[in-house]
Design a protein around this ligand. Structure first.
Ligand code: ADP
Ligand code: MG
Length: 473
């Protein structure tokens, strides 16, 4: 994992040499690196006009410095952060006029504390708001329910609110928007946590500590666990992202169940997201499933082309980018159909490509930037079977046939998983090529591999290598 603060410090040392002192202190120094994802760095600023000022005057210098430190083209965006802004204003009010020059420097020391405070208290990222969430028919229900919960109008009917849908389609955005709204407008105590973070927190509290005699250890553990439970039970709104990962983790389930009941009985709001319905989360108890289904379940489907274009257009406008024609926007939105995160990633790639090579985002350049040719190369089920057989050192006939020898069955399942992931073809058409197997058999094998990959690193590596071979052939 990259250490963002470390990288940003390196970028700062380059920028300090290249940007005049005054501008550097005013605009650059107060920036706080927030997220690095898909070749894009998000920076928080206390000022609303930093983005325009910096992009206009020093955009190229910053892009170059980022590329040098990250060793690849990196886009950046600058967002005003409300908490940083408030702290900055407070600091400004405190200091007398003649000392004002020192403010920025002083502030930059305290900025991490301010952010840390916010992150540790409620764990929210202010970039996710209702205002910048594009609504279409596919997410209308989830959006309406989320807003209802945020405004506090929903009452018991929407408790818990369970938002489910595929990856990259806005679940985290919505659940965080609820948190941001409640935190800033209703001033309630909000806690956002991913299921993974919750699990890590639980394990840390359960097993942390140096070797001591059992008695002391037990007492300390009890104290820690009481604090842990208190932390989650003392909130007004608990937001848990990606709850499907609770599956198969009995201890976590138990804790979650108790927290859930305590909050629910206290009339506190709970919001959960998942990539599937409660009934489809295997390996959790019925009592927890039932709890998940008590309130409202709202799904997010697949966005239509128009919505995908609107989301992309919003991103372009926000960044003040010019040169993106409607044709290019439509093209990008039509290539990335099922995942907004991928669409955003592609857009960032295009921007990085254009700024590094000094190009305009014409259709040809966009195709080059996203490597469209290899993307659109049609991978067929037959091709996948061929490559999988070669990879596992068995014959294509064996993969298609009925052998139950472990090595053959293993390779067959890998082929099924690859076929579904890489072609997106229907269960039945994959079944037809694989020795006329039933749709349910294919689906079962696919799910089995997918779930095993979560636990089995060796399988995960093997599948990734196979994918690379198929994609690069
Ligand atoms: P998920 O949690 O479902 O995997 P995310 O909420 O992380 O997906 O969304 C991926 C990216 O797409 C985020 O940057 C998010 O802001 C953006 N996004 C998704 N849906 C929308 C939408 N309807 N309007 C605006 N941005 C969206
Ligand atoms: Mg998410």
């Amino acid at each position: 994992m990259i250490n963002l603060n470390e990288k940003w410090t390196k970028v700062l040392s380059i920028l300090k040499e290249e940007i005049p002192n005054e501008s550097y202190n005013t605009w650059v120094l107060p920036l706080v690196p927030s997220v690095f994802e898909k070749n894009k760095l998000t920076l928080f600023s206390p000022h609303s006009f930093t983005a325009v000022t910096l992009k206009q005057s020093y955009g190229e210098i910053i892009t170059r410095a980022l590329a040098e430190v990250f060793k690849e083209p990196v886009q950046f965006e600058i967002i005003q952060d409300k908490i940083l802004a408030e702290n900055f204003e407070k600091a400004q009010r405190k200091v007398k006029k003649e000392e004002q020059k020192k403010i920025t420097a002083e502030f930059s020391e305290s900025k991490y504390d301010a952010l840390k405070q916010m992150l540790s208290d409620c764990h929210l990222n202010t970039k996710y708001q209702f205002d910048n969430f594009v609504v279409g028919s596919y997410n209308k229900l989830a959006y309406g329910a989320a807003l209802g919960v945020a405004e506090g109008k929903a009452g018991e009917k929407f408790n818990p609110l369970f938002i489910y849908g595929g990856s990259g389609l806005g679940k985290t955005h919505l659940i965080q928007a609820i948190g941001n709204y409640i935190f800033s407008k209703r001033k309630l105590k909000v806690k956002y946590v991913t299921t993974e973070e919750f699990l890590n927190d639980l394990l840390e509290n359960l097993y942390h500590g140096v070797e001591k005699d059992t008695f002391t250890k037990g007492a300390e553990k009890n104290k820690r666990m009481t604090k842990f439970r208190q932390k989650y039970r003392s909130v007004d709104v608990l937001l848990i992202d990606d709850i499907q990962f609770v599956a198969g983790k009995a201890r976590m389930e138990e804790e979650l169940f108790n927290i859930f009941d305590a909050l629910y009985q206290g009339g506190k709001q709970i919001v959960l997201t998942s990539d599937r319905l409660p009934s489809e989360i295997k390996g959790i108890s019925d009592r927890l499933k039932t709890r998940f289904e008590w309130g409202l379940m709202a799904d997010i489907g697949v966005p239509d082309l128009e919505t995908r274009m609107a989301i992309l257009k919003q991103l372009i406008d926000k960044e003040g980018q010019t040169g993106f024609s409607l044709e290019v926007i439509e093209f990008l939105a039509s290539v990335y159909k099922n995942n907004i995160r991928e669409l955003e990633g592609a857009y960032n790639k295009v921007c990085a490509y254009c700024s590094v090579y000094g190009e305009e985002p014409t259709l040809d350049i966009v195709k080059k930037a996203i490597n469209y040719n290899s993307l659109s190369k049609k991978i067929t089920i037959d091709f996948i079977i061929n490559k999988t057989a070669e990879f596992f050192g068995i014959s294509e006939e064996e993969i298609k046939g009925g052998s139950r020898v472990a090595a053959v069955a293993y390779a067959r399942k890998a082929a099924i998983y690859a076929a579904r992931e890489l072609t997106g073809d229907s269960w039945q058409s994959i079944g037809n090529v694989l020795g006329n197997r039933k749709h349910s058999t294919i689906m079962y094998s696919y799910t089995e591999v997918k779930e095993n990959m979560l636990r089995d690193d060796k399988l995960c590596d093997e599948i990734n290598t196979l994918f690379n071979i198929i994609n690069q052939s």
